[in-house]
Write a protein that binds this ligand. Structure first.
Ligand code: 13P
Length: 249
């Protein structure tokens, strides 16, 4: 069975609620494509208005983060049940910006992964190396570690439904997309790692995205690679260009 592509926008800390609704209105007709899953991962305060604005379309809505506890004294955090109740289907976990600025670790990512599955929310788990790590030749060792810790105690059945986003840190927001060969090589390595943790069947089902300066020009080649099942798109997901990325063929 061929894996369905998943093309997700990560809005990061952009768009007030009114701007968010406007953007959905603009993108709605442009992102129609039944062959791919289209997901808008948006700031927490935009989730409800975006869900409303996207009603009746093929747009699915995701969160950019959540906490790993059920509820309680965790000021400023969003609980998994809050996302579940309003109909959020995906959550980005362990984005490199959260690892860099908000002390996210693979251990906390793992706790969040387990919680997401418990609540029927599909995690989009991010991994990726720094430029320094790439130059040191430890890219794959580093990413294997992120994947292995991130998936601890995740069952094969859960892992099959998960999404992994490979985002080289040096390619994020820099306009410097990884070459298709670099992206394919690491995504294949991630699939291999999943096969080692679980089995070939799980590796064949899990979806692996590439992220990092994806644009309308680079998307077609990237998404044609054997192990790249779509993209996690930052800057270009806030523009009409996202419609071309979703309809990359
Ligand atoms: P850019 O597409 O802006 O490089 O961002 C990529 C990213 O971090 C998506 O999560």
């Amino acid at each position: 069975m061929a894996r369905k592509k998943i093309i997700a926008g990560n809005w990061k800390m952009n768009m007030t609620p009114s701007q968010a609704v406007k953007l959905v209105e603009t993108l709605k007709p442009l992102v129609v494509n039944d062959e791919v899953d289209v997901v808008f991962c948006v700031p927490a305060i935009d989730i409800i208005p975006v869900l409303e604005a996207a009603k009746g379309t093929n747009i699915q809505v995701g969160a950019e983060n959540m906490y790993f506890e059920e509820k309680g004294a965790f000021t400023g955090e969003i609980a998994p049940a809050m996302l579940e109740e309003v109909g959020v289907k995906y959550v980005v976990l362990g984005h490199s910006e959260r690892r860099q600025y908000f002390a996210e670790t693979s251990e906390t990512v793992n706790k969040k992964m387990l919680k997401a599955f418990e609540h029927g929310i599909t995690p989009i788990m991010c991994c990726g190396e720094s430029l320094e790590q790439r130059e040191q030749g430890i890219t794959m060792d580093w990413i294997r570690q992120q994947v292995k810790v991130g998936f601890q105690n995740v069952t094969a059945d859960q892992a099959k439904t998960a999404v992994i986003a490979y985002e080289p840190i040096w390619a994020i927001g820099t306009g410097k997309t990884a070459t298709t060969e670099q992206a394919q090589e690491v995504c294949a390595g991630i699939r291999q790692c999943i096969a080692e943790i679980y089995d070939e069947a799980t590796a064949a089902e899990i979806r692996i995205q590439y992220g990092g300066s994806v644009n309308a020009k680079t998307a077609p080649d990237l998404f044609a690679q054997a192990d790249i099942d779509g993209g996690l798109v930052g800057g270009a997901s806030l523009k009409e260009e996202f419609g071309q990325i979703v309809n990359y063929k």
